[in-house]
Design a protein around this ligand. Structure first.
Ligand SMILES: [Zn+2]
Ligand SMILES: [Zn+2]
Length: 58
């Protein structure tokens, strides 16, 4: 079941977000970098590779 639209979808129409592990259908998913994400935030997280650290020194 998709966490966004809460509809039952065929397994092939669902993807598990590689960031948070939520299941989303391809209609609701954000497609980026060759993967499906549950939301833009997860896609951004995947791209940056680290949690949002806003100027943690260094
Ligand atoms: Zn959906
Ligand atoms: Zn996610």
């Amino acid at each position: 079941m998709c966490v966004r639209c809460a509809e039952e979808k065929p397994a092939w129409w669902l993807s598990v977000c590689p960031i948070c592990g939520k299941t989303v259908c391809h209609s609701c998913a954000t497609f980026a970098y060759g993967r499906y994400f549950c939301c833009n935030a997860c896609a951004a997280y995947f791209f940056h590779g680290d949690p949002e650290e806003e100027g943690s020194g260094e």
